[in-house]
Design a protein around this ligand. Structure first.
Ligand code: FAD
Ligand code: SF4
Length: 272
């Protein structure tokens, strides 16, 4: 906890949004950013609570709702690092639990902020905006590609089916661990609902494309316009890859987000 009186000294300041008369003329992103000094003050409001209700995702209602961060992000730790200008460490801490803060920092409904202890007695911490600040610092300073490159290659080949957030996260982590990853996507553009569901006013498609550029730069192969089961058979994938990870999302009710399918000769999953 950088500033023990931060939560008394500073009030919550939300990111501003563009004026309505400007917004109605386009479909561009609504939200603007705070300046650097204001952002660090917002991070200083975090009390580093003994029991940080923000960071632990607790599911209720039969698993249909969550209080706190469903990713179990280490929120008080990176709030403190932002306050102390230690952005690289904040980025490393944030990406221990979340591979896509560039998306969640923009579109997550932030149940962490509702669960924040400060929200009991006023407005909670600006957690989602702090998260976006950290990942933007990382892109600006070129830390992303560095962090995604493996130290060695294992020689194992993985096919990831689907390029939505589940497919991106699985591919990123598996590549980081040294496996050679290829993503197959049936649509013309990559990103799943990040590209074809969430509107531009929340998530500019250049942000999605920037992430796929990073995927290419760390060595992940991207194959679009290819539906697994139609343009390429599962048998062909099983032959060419050691593992197949299904991240196909769902156009109906969600059955799974991401599932590992073992190759014919092995039963041990590569990610858990
Ligand atoms: C309109 C809309 C707005 C949303 N807004 C938000 C929001 O603001 N905040 C938020 O947190 N969530 C939001 N969501 C939900 C969020 O987008 C989804 O939860 C998330 O995208 C699911 O990720 P996924 O990777 O599991 O699936 P998807 O994003 O659906 O990706 C699956 C991908 O797999 C591909 N695929 C499927 N089958 C095959 C196959 N056989 N071969 C090759 N490729 C295949 C699909 O084409 C698709 O690209 C929104 C959803 C919609 C529809
Ligand atoms: S609950 Fe709020 S104040 Fe407490 S550690 Fe989490 S973000 Fe900081």
């Amino acid at each position: 906890m950088g500033d023990p009186r931060g939560f008394i000294k500073y009030s919550r300041k939300n990111n501003p949004v563009r004026p309505v008369m400007q917004r109605i003329k386009d479909f561009d992103v609504m939200e603007l950013d705070l300046d650097d000094a204001d952002r660090r003050e917002q991070a200083a409001r975090c009390m580093n609570c003994g029991i940080p209700f923000c960071h632990h995702g607790i599911f209720y209602g039969g698993g249909r709702a969550v209080s706190g961060c469903p990713n179990d992000n280490l929120i008080p730790e990176w709030n403190d690092l932002v306050y102390r200008n230690r952005d690289r460490q904040a980025f490393e801490r944030l990406t221990r639990t979340n591979y896509l803060p560039d998306m969640t920092g923009r579109v997550c409904p932030a149940p962490c902020e509702a669960a924040c202890v400060q929200a009991l007695n006023g407005p909670g911490i600006t957690i989602r905006n702090n998260e976006k600040f950290i990942i933007e610092q990382a892109f600006k300073n070129g830390w992303i590609v560095d962090s995604g490159k493996p130290q060695h290659r294992t020689g194992k080949k993985i096919a990831v089916v689907g390029s939505g957030p589940a497919g991106i996260a699985a591919a990123w982590r598996l590549n980081q661990l040294g496996h050679s990853v290829t993503i197959f996507e049936r649509d013309d553009r990559f990103g799943g609902l990040l590209m074809y569901g969430i509107p531009n006013m929340k998530l500019d498609k250049k942000i999605v494309e920037r992430r796929f550029q990073a995927l290419r730069e760390v060595g992940i192969k991207l194959v679009n316009n290819t539906e697994v089961g139609k343009d390429i058979s599962v048998a062909e994938l099983r032959k060419a890859f050691d593992r197949i990870v299904l991240c196909t999302g769902s156009r109906k009710r969600v059955i799974w987000t991401c599932r590992v399918v073992n190759s014919a000769e092995s039963t041990k999953p590569l990610i858990t």
